[in-house]
Structure formats: structure tokens, C-alpha cells
Design a protein around this ligand. Structure first.
Ligand code: MN
Length: 251
């Protein structure tokens, strides 16, 4: 079998420790091609740059920086620059969690989401707590899951959102396949006054908490386990779709 080709991206910029370690580790699995933003793009979500030109700069062998978002990186690489379809897209390793509802804000998850939209098996890798003390643990999990997905394939329209506790590998409590939990957003908007009396705001001041529920990504990482959540492309709520069709809303 020829060597698998892996596209690596992130939302923290090409110089972030997480992507450097990830690309290095995935080198054991296949030929790694890095296309990553030239600077921090955290919480950009699935943003695509439509209103300005994008520049791509080579920085090393098979490593390119793009002055855009993670979505831009994956789109440009797969649809033009690589010249082949990668076998796998891996985004990360983000230095903090992407759990529950926060996946919709995440640039890390968006990189994998774009890979999924392009029909390529995709993984999003994040540290389950703020910190990168044990980045090697997350890198080893990325290798483990990359091997699994390359061998067994992945159902269409699915990506894996992975959060890894910041502990040594032998201290992990195991691995759980989880569902997306729920954030509780409290006291997150902070209003202050500038020196001229005008109001300004900070979003996300307080440490966000979550609704405890069994089987969720939050629960897994609280118990020191790796959380692997399969996310689906289709956001349709099928039960409610039937309900609204039955309601027969007329014009
Ligand atoms: Mn980030």
C-alpha cells in the first residue's frame, strides 16, 4: 500500500506548538502536508474569506502558511494546491477544549468540518483543558485515531471531534465515544466604561460551565478520559421536521 497522505491544519497559526507536534507525530502514519493560518484564528468558526485575496507562502518542505482561516486553508489545499485528494484531514492540536456547544465557534473543528464537506475523513484534536503540558499525549491519540480511520474508513458526512486530557499518556482513564454536551452560558458578557464614558463589552469573562449529563464529552474529560464525538454534517432536526410538516402551515 502506498503511504497515506495527510493534510494538517489548525486555528492557532502555523507556529503554534500544537500543530508542530501534530505534524511531527503524524509523520509516523503518512506523508504530512501542512496548510495553516499565518496567525491565531481561534473562534473564527467556519468562516471563509470571500471578500479579499488570499496569499500562500511556503515555509518549509510541504508546509505552507495562508493569510486566512482554517476553512480557507483546507479549501485551497484540497481544491487546488495539493494536486491530489488527501486520505485524511487532521486539525489541531488546539491548546484548549472544544466541547459541547462550543464546537460551533471553533476554528479547529471548522478545519475538520471543511475536510468532511470535501468528502475526506477528518479529525479535530483539542486539549481537554487549557494547557499543552502533555501535548505528546494528544499527539499519540491523533496517531492512534488516524491509523484507525485510515484502516477502517469513516462513514460519509461525519467528523470526529477529539478532546484529550492534559496528562501523561499512562494516566489517561481510557477513551469514551460521546455525544455533544451543553454549555451553560452565565455572566459571560462584561460591560465596562472607557475613559471617555463610552460603554464597551467583553465576551467570555467568566469560566463557562456545562450541564452535567451522562455520555457527554464534558463527562468523559471530567473523568480523565479521551472524548471522541462523531459529529454529523446534517443539522436538520428530523423529529421536529415531521412535527412542522404535520402542522401544515399555509400561506
Ligand atoms: Mn485555537
Amino acid at each position: 500500500m502506498t503511504q497515506p497522505r495527510i493534510l494538517v491544519t489548525n486555528d492557532d497559526g502555523i507556529q503554534a506548538p500544537g500543530i508542530i507536534r501534530l505534524a511531527e507525530a503524524l509523520g509516523e502514519v503518512g506523508e504530512v502536508h501542512v496548510y495553516a493560518p499565518d496567525r491565531e484564528q481561534s473562534a473564527v468558526g467556519h468562516c471563509v474569506s470571500l471578500h479579499r485575496p488570499l496569499r500562500v507562502t511556503p515555509v518549509a518542505l510541504r508546509q505552507f502558511m495562508v493569510d486566512g482561516t482554517p476553512t480557507d486553508c483546507v479549501m485551497l489545499a484540497v481544491r487546488d494546491l495539493l494536486g491530489f485528494r488527501p486520505d485524511l484531514v487532521v486539525s489541531g492540536i488546539n491548546p484548549g477544549p472544544n466541547l459541547g456547544d462550543d464546537v460551533t465557534y471553533s476554528g479547529t473543528v471548522a478545519g475538520a468540518f471543511e475536510g468532511m464537506l470535501l468528502g475526506i475523513p477528518s479529525l479535530a484534536m483539542s486539549m481537554a483543558q487549557r494547557g499543552i503540558t502533555h501535548l505528546d499525549t494528544a499527539a499519540a491519540i491523533a496517531v492512534r485515531l488516524a491509523r484507525h480511520v485510515l484502516k477502517n474508513g469513516m462513514p460519509a458526512d461525519t467528523l470526529l471531534n477529539v478532546n484529550v486530557p492534559d496528562v501523561p499518556y499512562d494516566r489517561l482513564g481510557g477513551l469514551s465515544i460521546t455525544c455533544m454536551g451543553r454549555r451553560s452560558y452565565e455572566d459571560e458578557i462584561i460591560r465596562r466604561e472607557d475613559p471617555r464614558g463610552g460603554a464597551y463589552y467583553w465576551i467570555g469573562g467568566a469560566t463557562p460551565s456545562h450541564v452535567p449529563a451522562p455520555g457527554t464529552d464534558f463527562e468523559a474529560v471530567e473523568n480523565g478520559r479521551v472524548s471522541v464525538t462523531p459529529l454529523h454534517r446534517d443539522l436538520t432536526h428530523h423529529a421536529v421536521l415531521a412535527l412542522f410538516r404535520e402542522a401544515n402551515i399555509q400561506l
